[in-house]
Design a protein around this ligand. Structure first.
Ligand SMILES: Cc1cc2nc3c(=O)[nH]c(=O)nc-3n(C[C@H](O)[C@H](O)[C@H](O)COP(=O)(O)OP(=O)(O)OC[C@H]3O[C@@H](n4cnc5c(N)ncnc54)[C@H](O)[C@@H]3O)c2cc1C
Length: 315
């Protein structure tokens, strides 16, 4: 174990795999995430008897991803072997839930959930963190990794890295909206897996693995340009608008939902990436990774995190 402590802000797939790479090489790593769960945009929401996937749910073919380092390929191959994910045509999908895959990626990592980094002092190497219940804490580090979307990185760096703001100006992220609903209908009676129109894609959730479960659960993803139009609304309005779409599209009548929620992904998808696999600032001892560095998918995020980890190991 090295004496140096690396703090990673963000437990999305890029932060988790960066952490895994470092921990497997003997580094001491602490990962902080503001969410109640890890995984970031690989997101699973559980309610009474229902499981929803309102973020990413399909992994591109990792056997054919040119940028994925060997370490990452092994992780995805092992997930397939352990029956956490399975091939569906050109893609891989979690067998039960995205959370299973995320938890598999987070095994053996020291992660603190519900801890939001609210400010950084790169000179003193300190982070102010707001934890559960609003408690503020200070944490120090030897090396810092930011595995968060570009605008959030910009806010935290707060001009302490020369030219960072202008560097990431060319990166473009797209927002999106989603909503989750469960209905007191036996899911066995519904054969379809998807419904769609030009505005939305409705995903019928596979809750069958929860055997006690008898709810019909739908996640509504929005398509462009409708997503752009509605994402400015609050979550409640998003939910109402998307419920209307469901009622129009699903070819049978639905009772009042037993669970309903709207969701906004402010930094949902990369439209224009930075074009570097990661960023590393030697003087400030700060690394930055995420899908937006070189692409837009889970594998781009994974590659970015692992490559940054390997750069840190070579220092
Ligand atoms: C609706 C949707 C569907 C998608 N579908 C697919 C798909 O099917 N296949 C695919 O390959 N890709 C898909 N994507 C893209 C994919 O989700 C992303 O490329 C990938 O998950 C990005 O991972 P990341 O680690 O770079 O970032 P993120 O997953 O965004 O992780 C960042 C983490 O940082 C945390 N964080 C942010 N700020 C702070 C802070 N100040 N303090 C502490 N923690 C902080 C967040 O809580 C989050 O957990 C989809 C994206 C969306 C939005």
């Amino acid at each position: 174990m090295t004496e140096k402590k690396t703090v990673i802000i963000g437990a999305g797939i890029s932060g988790l795999l960066c952490g895994k790479r470092l921990v497997e090489a003997g580094h001491s790593v602490l990962i902080l995430d503001k969410g109640r769960n890890i995984g970031g945009r690989l997101s699973t929401r559980r309610t009474d008897g229902a499981v929803f996937h309102h973020g990413a749910s399909s992994i591109p073919d990792f056997y054919n991803h040119k940028e994925l380092p060997e370490f990452g390929l092994e992780i995805f191959k092992r997930a397939e072997k352990e029956r956490i994910i399975q091939r569906k045509g050109n893609l891989f999908q979690p067998i039960n839930s995205v959370a299973d895959f995320v938890n598999y990626c987070g095994t053996n990592l020291n992660i603190r959930k519900s801890c939001e980094a609210i400010s950084l002092n790169l000179y003193n190497k300190t982070i102010v963190v707001k934890c559960r219940g609003g408690v503020h804490e200070k944490t120090t580090y030897d090396l810092l990794v930011l595995s968060i979307p570009p605008n959030q990185a910009k806010t935290l760096i707060n001009k302490q890295i020369n030219k960072f703001d202008s560097l990431i100006e060319k990166v473009q992220m797209r927002s999106s909206a989603a909503a989750l609903f469960s209905f007191d209908i036996n899911p066995e009676h519904v054969k379809e897996k998807h419904f769609s129109n030009e505005k939305v894609l409705i995903q019928v959730e596979n809750n069958r693995f929860k055997c006690e479960q008898q709810l019909f659960c739908l996640t509504v993803h929005t398509k462009e340009p409708f997503a752009k139009k509605i994402v400015k609304n609050d979550k409640n309005t998003i939910k109402e608008l998307l419920l209307k779409e469901i009622i129009d599209i699903v070819p049978f009548s639905l009772p009042k939902p037993t669970y309903e929620a709207g969701h906004r992904w402010l930094y949902g998808f990369t439209e224009r990436p930075l074009g570097n696999p990661y960023l590393y600032y030697k003087r400030e001892k700060v690394g930055i990774c995420g899908d937006w560095c070189s692409g837009s998918t889970i594998l781009d995020a994974a590659s970015s995190g692992i490559k940054l980890g390997e750069q840190i190991l070579n220092l």
